[in-house]
Design a protein around this ligand. Structure first.
Ligand SMILES: Cc1cc2nc3c(=O)[nH]c(=O)nc-3n(C[C@H](O)[C@H](O)[C@H](O)COP(=O)(O)O)c2cc1C
Length: 175
């Protein structure tokens, strides 16, 4: 079984990528394909540029999903929505296959330094990712990342840690 994992961020210090890496520790039996959105940089989506064809990176992103059994991701929140880096990948890939996520089971997460933990982008993704083929089985938002996460340890807040662990267990029982 193979997991395709990504953070919806192009930051080299992405807190969402740190959360994804932490969650992936609960899947030791799986082969992991954790990508970096910086390897999927494409021109800013435009219907004019699109006439020249689709970037290889967009096809590769979709191929990663085709080849996986599960998706584990965490979305960065910028101005209450997706990061530009993720939205560009989203837009390009949706033009090739509107069912981007190809009915793969998804553990969907978000985090931010704020108390809502990326709750706005989570709400948007929960509502609309299914239109793009996502089979969201569990969701988790980590609020106040800097207070609740230690890069050496992971989630330090025991209630939030228990919540994520329980959701991952539920996720595993559904796949
Ligand atoms: C342009 C911009 C807009 C942001 N808007 C929000 C926001 O609406 N809500 C929020 O919780 N955090 C917001 N933030 C803070 C991000 O959550 C924070 O930068 C976080 O580290 C992003 O995740 P990442 O480290 O995985 O990229 C914003 C940051 C930037 C740069």
């Amino acid at each position: 079984m193979k997991i395709f994992a990504f953070a919806g961020s192009n930051s080299s210090t992405s807190i969402n990528k740190q959360l994804v890496k932490f969650a992936l520790k609960s899947f030791p039996e799986y082969e992991i394909n954790l990508i970096d959105l910086n390897d999927y940089v494409m021109p800013l989506f435009s219907v004019d540029v699109e006439k020249k064809g689709y970037p290889d990176e967009a096809n590769q992103f979709l191929k990663n999903i085709e080849e996986c059994d599960l998706i584990v991701c965490s979305l960065a929140e910028n101005n209450r929505s997706y990061s530009t880096a993720f939205k560009n990948v989203f837009d390009w890939t949706s033009r090739i296959n509107v069912k981007i996520f190809q009915d793969k089971p998804m553990l969907l997460m978000s985090t931010s330094p704020g108390g809502y933990g990326g709750g706005n982008v989570m709400t948007e993704a929960k509502k609309f990712f299914p239109d793009f083929g996502a089979q969201i089985l569990e969701t988790f938002s980590l609020p106040k990342f800097n207070q609740n996460f230690d890069p050496e340890v992971g989630i330090t807040n025991s209630e939030l840690l228990a919540e994520l662990e329980s959701k991952i267990e539920n996720f595993k029982t559904q796949i």
